[in-house]
Design a protein around this ligand. Structure first.
Ligand code: KIV
Length: 260
């Protein structure tokens, strides 16, 4: 898998970066074995796709440490980015440093991801200063879903676009090694991507970002109705799982499994 030190050079060479979410050891093992994925993201989306919550807000540091540790167990050599969950870094710098450190020391993360610009930039600078690589996250920030008015496109007004570009520039200056741009217009994503030396990783933000990330459950067909419209489903593993369970049940009932 890719090293953080190579990420900027990949952008300079115009090579697209690929990130997918993983929350379990088995998923991490399969994704790492493809050799096609640059980074694994232990997203707090785990709360919505695995734990059944409506938002990512209930996800805790303990959840994130447990899932990050599982992903590290499945992919010992991977570049693993772990999300800092809701209110795990906003209370103070001490709290932010301790929690970022927990994800590295106890979870085995290679880097952490923080949603937000503005006041979050100073926190990012301190965490990077402590030797912990940080990925930024701008645009739709699911932890702020109530403040942002729902899961919808962000930075639609010129003033909001100016703020987002300023936040992205400030995050780069603070030492972030990449920035996720979620649900912003193709034009805005393109403008940010051109302005920054560090790569942008898009989700629902058009094709011009330096890389793309999706929630793995969405590409595998596990999300049903809740798959966001911008995500593309590449397989129907929900149907395969249903078929396998049905075949097992039928064979048990027909006395075909187990064989003597
Ligand atoms: O939590 C997550 O999976 C994310 C991605 C959607 C970027 O932050």
């Amino acid at each position: 898998m890719t090293r953080i030190q190579d990420i900027q050079a990949r952008k300079a060479r115009g090579e697209k970066l690929v990130m997918l979410t993983a929350y379990e050891a088995w998923m991490a093992r399969i994704l790492a074995a493809t050799g096609a994925v640059d980074m694994l993201l232990v997203g707090d989306s785990v709360g919505m796709v695995d734990l059944g919550y409506d938002t990512t807000i209930p996800v805790t540091m303990s959840d994130m440490v447990r899932h990050t540790r599982a992903v590290r167990a499945g992919a010992p050599d991977a570049l693993i980015v772990a999300d800092m969950p809701f209110l795990s870094h906003q209370i103070g710098i001490g709290q932010a440093m301790r929690n970022a450190g927990r994800l590295m020391q106890h979870g085995g993360a290679s880097a952490v991801k923080l949603e937000g610009g503005g006041p979050t930039v100073a926190t990012v600078e301190r965490i990077v200063g402590a030797g912990i690589p940080v990925m930024g996250h701008l645009g739709l920030q699911p932890q702020y879903v109530h403040a942002q008015g729902g899961f919808r496109r962000q930075a639609t007004l010129p003033e909001e676009q100016r703020v987002l570009i300023a936040d992205a520039t400030a995050l780069e200056q603070a030492g972030a090694f990449a920035i996720v741009l979620e649900c912003v217009s193709k034009e805005l994503a393109c403008a940010v991507t051109r302005k920054l030396r560090i790569p942008t990783i898009g989700i629902g933000s058009g094709p011009d970002c330096d890389g793309q990330v999706l929630v793995t459950h969405d590409i595998l067909g596990f999300s049903g109705e809740s798959k966001p419209s911008f995500a593309k489903q590449y397989a129907d593993l929900a149907a395969a799982l249903g078929d396998a369970a049905g075949s097992f049940a039928r064979e048990v009932r027909e006395g075909k499994f187990p064989r003597a």
